[in-house]
Design a binder for this molecule. Structure first.
Ligand code: SF4
Length: 297
């Protein structure tokens, strides 16, 4: 069988494959869409992961950035691809990507029964608002995506919070602490997590040890029995059912300092591994910002 545009050959049995659906270069160009939301709207939104991205949102953002091609989603029909054929703008900043994701998550709140979600999330429901504690402070949201909160939340934390409200299974916390790499899907994220979360947190703890402890306490961190011989271990609750344990050991006798972050073994019942990663990185970013602000005062 031959493509009627570029005359390239389509192998027998390949008629239903990606190549056959979009056989020629002309059809496979990037899409002409001006923001990731438009791309997302074209998708199946099932988060089936057949494109090897964790979510349809992540796939839409990657397409917009020019890192992936729309035709890589096997659920799209060739007419969808053809009607959007052209050249992508392919430029999006991290901030735009975050904004897009937050906007989309707020839209999805419309289909969540917030009253029913409240007990599952360890929160409360009143005056059409679900309220949960984020780092010990109130965070309220309504089904139109309106948010009121006592703290300024980093967008990297806001995304996991909204995801949590939308998709948590409500499983009780197990009390068993594990590093990210021991969560079911944690292996592929662990190295990046070390770089983007544990390393910046260790920098804050090394450079501003007392301040670091103070910051954790301001965000309602509770000291717990010292784990693995650490100098201090603090329990934070960025989400009521997704606690985080931060263990820090100071440098001593020629040994480097050490900082490890642990999650409850049920963390993936409440958040995708991608959101767990965002949560850790967001917290590290928030604490680093606070530490830098203090060091210049
Ligand atoms: S394959 Fe398509 S529907 Fe499935 S997660 Fe990827 S973008 Fe979403």
């Amino acid at each position: 069988m031959q493509c009627d545009r570029c005359q390239s050959m389509i192998e027998p049995g390949e008629e239903k494959s990606l190549n056959a659906r979009v056989p020629c270069e002309e059809k496979s160009r990037m899409i002409q869409l001006t923001n990731p939301m438009e791309i997302f709207k074209l998708l199946d939104r099932s988060n089936c992961r057949k494109c090897h991205e964790l979510t349809c949102l992540a796939f839409a953002a990657a397409v917009f950035k020019g890192q992936r091609q729309l035709m890589e989603c096997p659920h799209l029909e060739s007419q969808d691809l053809e009607s959007h054929a052209g050249k992508s703008e392919g430029r999006v900043t991290n901030e735009q990507e975050m904004e897009f994701m937050i906007g989309e998550l707020k839209n999805r709140l419309a289909s969540v029964d917030l009253r029913a979600a409240a007990p599952k999330l360890g929160g409360s429901f009143s005056e059409s608002k679900l309220t949960i504690k984020i780092l010990g402070k109130n965070f309220s949201v309504d089904s139109k995506g309106g948010i009121t909160t006592d703290i300024h939340i980093h967008p990297w934390v806001m995304i996991p919070v909204l995801n949590h409200i939308i998709q948590s299974k409500g499983t009780p916390v197990s009390g068993e602490w594990v590093p990210l790499r021991e969560l079911k899907n944690g292996k592929t994220w662990y190295r990046l997590f070390e770089q983007r979360c544990e390393k910046p947190l260790k920098w804050v703890a090394d450079m501003h040890t007392d301040l670091f402890e103070d910051i954790l306490r301001v965000f309602n961190g509770k000291p717990v029995e010292k784990h693995y011989g650490s100098d201090f271990s603090l329990l934070l609750r960025p989400l009521p059912k997704v606690p985080i344990l931060i263990c820090y050991s100071k440098a001593e006798d020629g040994l480097e300092s050490n900082l490890n972050v642990f999650f409850d073994s049920t963390a993936e019942d409440h958040l995708t591994i991608e959101s767990i990663f965002y949560l850790g990185v967001g917290l590290a970013g928030m604490f680093k910002k606070i530490a830098l602000r203090h060091s210049f005062q």
